[in-house]
Ligand binder design. Structure first.
Ligand code: HEM
Ligand SMILES: *[C@@H]1O[C@H](CO)[C@@H](O)[C@H](O)[C@H]1NC(C)=O
Length: 322
């Protein structure tokens, strides 16, 4: 009896070992899962280091939290969360990015600090961006969440996708819904993610047409924005996306849409008599509903086709390939 049990155990152990070897050798790296504890043994201080460095960057310049959050969105939406946006001379020069994405030096600086803390370069730039975006949300007063990790950095930026996949401030609602739906997001998730515009700034060139030509805008709000955004020139003058609190994460953005004070045309189309009006109303009434949906959608966005396993590389400097 004993010997039979032993033999069975040995057989199943051998079988299991073979199965593990088979799976780790032959399973597609694309199937590899991200995991919260990915750097648990190789770089346990990654969270503390990114958190402190993100905080000090925001203390130096309040807008930086918003800029990092946007970098993460533009990374994930273009060929997946693979650090592609960070490479000099690639995706970041596409029209939707050109001149308006920022924070590259801050991410490089965080990467240097993480590598110093862990004694070697084991954490990808794509993961550092994901953690720093989450920490930015926390610093600005938003909800925390756990981030699955293990993304690797691309060697090949996806410039064509940067042109086609990112939403533009002039896009009508159906196009915006469609661009998010191609990434697997519902209209409700798209509206929740747009709530990121509760923080940060936009350039006059991004909202000029809206404040001079559109009619679904509060006249006093249009006049006050026109004061710092002339019909010709002044293209890089800045205005807050959320008129009340550009450095505080909350649902004020949705309340602004209800009073027709969306800054971008693409903000106001979310509440303009169309299919997403009721979602905007929900979030403007219920900060918790917004917070929960936003958090879930951010985690989902962070899972957009990451490179894993042996794909890509762990960059040493985020702005260039090794
Ligand atoms: C729904 C479609 C979206 C459009 C059309 C859009 C477009 C824009 C534009 C035009 C700007 C201002 C750029 C400038 O003039 O400098 C901006 C800023 C920003 N966007 Fe979006 N965006 C969208 C969705 C999102 C999402 C999903 C996120 C993040 C989850 C996000 C985060 C931000 C942040 C935080 C800023 C401020 C950045 C800063 O101050 O540096 N946006 N967006
Ligand atoms: C307003 O619309 C007209 C007609 O489309 C256009 O020529 C003009 O440039 C727009 N004004 C601004 C400030 O964008």
């Amino acid at each position: 009896m004993t010997s039979i049990t032993t033999t069975t155990t040995t057989h199943s152990t051998v079988f299991l070992s073979l199965l593990v070897i088979f799976l780790t050798t032959f399973s597609s790296p694309a199937l590899a899962q991200l995991s919260v504890s990915f750097y648990g043994s190789t770089c346990p201080s990654v969270f503390d280091t990114v958190r402190a460095a993100t905080r000090s960057a925001i203390n130096r310049e309040a807008r930086m939290g918003a800029s990092i959050l946007r970098l993460f969105f533009h990374d994930c939406f273009v060929g997946g969360c693979d650090g592609g946006i960070l490479l000099a001379g690639g995706e970041r020069n596409a029209p939707a990015n050109g001149d308006t994405v920022r924070g590259f030096d801050v991410i490089d600086n965080i990467k240097r600090q993480v590598d110093a803390a862990c004694g070697r370069s084991v954490v990808s730039c794509a993961d550092i961006l994901a953690i720093s975006a989450r920490d930015s949300i926390i610093e600005l007063g938003g909800q925390s969440y756990s981030i699955p990790l293990g993304r690797r950095d691309t060697r090949t930026p996806n410039i064509a996708a940067a042109r086609s996949d990112l939403p533009a401030p002039f896009d009508p609602l159906n196009i915006i819904i469609n661009k998010f739906s191609r990434k697997g997001f519902s209209a409700r998730e798209m509206v929740a993610l747009s709530g990121a515009h509760t923080v940060g700034l936009a350039r006059c060139s991004s909202f000029k047409n809206r404040i001079y030509n559109e009619t679904n805008i509060d006249p006093a709000f249009a006049a006050s924005r026109q004061a710092n955004c002339p019909q010709t020139g002044g293209d890089s003058n800045l205005a807050p996306l959320d008129p009340q609190s550009p450095n505080r994460f909350g649902n004020n953005y949705f309340q602004a849409l209800l009073s027709r004070r969306g800054l971008l045309s693409s903000d106001q189309v979310l509440f303009n008599g169309g299919s997403t009006d009721s979602i905007v109303r929900t979030y403007s009434d219920d900060a918790d509903a917004f917070s929960t949906d936003f958090t879930n959608a951010m985690i989902k966005m962070g899972n957009l086709s990451p490179l894993t396993g042996t794909q890509g590389e762990i960059r040493t400097t985020c702005q260039r390939v090794n």
